[in-house]
Design a protein around this ligand. Structure first.
Ligand SMILES: Cc1cc2nc3c(=O)[nH]c(=O)nc-3n(C[C@H](O)[C@H](O)[C@H](O)COP(=O)(O)OP(=O)(O)OC[C@H]3O[C@@H](n4cnc5c(N)ncnc54)[C@H](O)[C@@H]3O)c2cc1C
Length: 407
């Protein structure tokens, strides 16, 4: 009944390799993820076996250099994996956090020794990584972090805490954003790779969340943790610049999972509204249902076209931070709107957790919050629109500061 004539062709995933890859993803989710969902939801984290299986099937570090065990494919394959996993209504294992966020930091900024130590194990699933920027006292304002790494010659002593860290509980190492110099704002931020078994490093229990229940999110605590100097990513004081460089890719992962989740919601709702009856006719027989689903399908196709364009640009390393921010904010806002409309058409069953639409609803809400809130996305987009004004403002503030210092 659903002939999908309303869908545009997806050129970005058009090759035979993509088609084969899609089958691998579907089999992975069907055989090694969905059967364990209930258990993972109860315990609040995903089992290691799923990570190892993902590694065995070549699903981790897809675009990493084969020298370190990767497949050397382009970003469109990572994009397809993120989207298809979400389309199956699954989040765990949080492959995009590990493969699209953590691995690129090490691959791009790590020393050869660090790359050889971590990357092959990241690809096999033996070592899982997380990224810790947010602190209890600051999230959006990253440069205000207070976790501090004191220089002790050949090592640092790390003190502080982080919160809301995706797969923080299950990860074997964490990239920690910290200050290596105090009182110079963003210029004092550095990134350290910290092993989970380091003395003084402890973790909170997985938080009980509104959604994404199969994947853990937790607090991390650092109390006099000794971190070798060799675990510094890139240069001291460049951490903020590295994060700003890598965040567009993180934002794309959110936009892509939004597309997958919306597609899942659309498919589940089309199926349900054709089966469920009220007033002696299927729910899809009401004009309200037809109009709502027409709106949902249209908004999904429009958003997909923009996200596909951004995916192609990211694969060519040409995606600008502004476009990535637009993709993240628009796709996640649309995801929340669409899934809410779909859930309404399920009536009371839409509120029951065992129905996929309820889980999609719970999972969607955080997409507008993490990876930089959608308000921060608008701040970034507006800054690029009014770049002349902001340049002028910065210059005026600098001059005022100089005048005050002289006076
Ligand atoms: C499930 C989950 C997983 C996460 N995973 C990770 C992770 O793996 N690693 C990590 O480091 N962090 C992670 N986070 C943290 C997430 O990135 C932060 O929650 C987010 O950046 C917002 O920070 P905050 O919670 O401190 O909110 P705040 O910064 O306190 O913001 C509160 C509100 O104020 C608004 N606001 C703030 N500044 C401005 C401004 N300038 N203009 C307008 N409005 C503003 C925000 O938009 C928001 O609505 C995760 C969070 C969750 C919930």
């Amino acid at each position: 009944m659903n002939n999908k004539k309303h869908q545009l062709p997806r050129d970005v995933y058009g090759s035979d390799e993509h088609k084969m890859f899609k089958e691998t993803i579907e089999q992975f989710v069907q055989n090694h993820v969905s059967p364990h969902r209930e258990k993972w939801e109860e315990q609040g984290y995903c089992d290691r076996e799923a990570w190892l299986k993902a590694g065995e099937l070549g699903l981790l570090g897809i675009d990493l250099d084969p020298k370190y065990g990767g497949m050397g494919l382009d970003f469109t394959f990572s994009a397809m994996l993120i989207e298809e996993q979400a389309r199956a209504g699954e989040f765990a294992p949080a492959i995009s956090m590990h493969s699209d966020i953590v691995i690129p930091y090490i691959a791009r900024y790590g020393s050869e020794d660090l790359k050889m130590k971590y990357l092959p194990k990241c690809v096999s699933g033996e070592a899982i990584g997380s990224l810790a920027m947010t602190e209890p006292g600051t999230g959006s304002d990253v440069q205000a972090i207070t976790t501090y790494a004191e220089d002790k010659g050949d090592h640092y002593i790390l003190n502080g805490s982080k919160t809301f860290i995706t797969i923080g509980y299950t990860s074997d190492f964490t990239i920690v954003a910290c200050k290596t110099s105090k009182n110079i704002g963003a210029k004092g931020v550095s990134l350290l790779v910290v092993d989970a078994d380091s003395e003084g490093f402890s973790k909170g229990k997985p938080f009980k969340k509104l959604g994404l229940k199969t994947s853990d999110t937790c607090e991390l605590f650092f109390e006099d943790v000794k971190v070798p100097k060799g675990n510094l990513l890139g240069e001291e004081g460049r951490g903020f610049v590295y994060m700003m460089t890598e965040l567009p890719r993180e934002r794309m992962t959110i936009a892509l999972s939004a597309i997958g989740a919306m597609r899942c919601a659309l498919e589940k709702t089309v199926e349900y509204t054709q089966q469920r009856t009220a007033f002696k006719q299927p729910i899809c027989g009401f004009q309200n249902t037809q109009f709502k689903m027409a709106e949902v399908a249209t908004k999904l196709e429009v958003t997909t076209a923009f996200v596909d364009r951004c995916t192609a640009l990211q694969a060519e390393h040409k995606l600008t931070p502004e476009l990535a921010s637009m993709a993240k904010y628009y796709a996640s806002d649309t995801q929340c709107e669409i899934i809410d409309e779909c859930l309404q058409l399920f009536g009371g069953y839409g509120y029951i957790w065992e129905y996929p639409i309820a889980r999609l609803y719970g999972d969607a809400r955080v997409q507008r919050i993490y990876g930089g809130t959608n308000e921060i996305m608008k701040v970034l987009i507006a800054r690029s629109i009014f770049s002349d004004y902001f340049k002028h403002l910065k210059e005026a503030k600098k001059q005022l500061k100089t005048r005050m210092t002289v006076a």
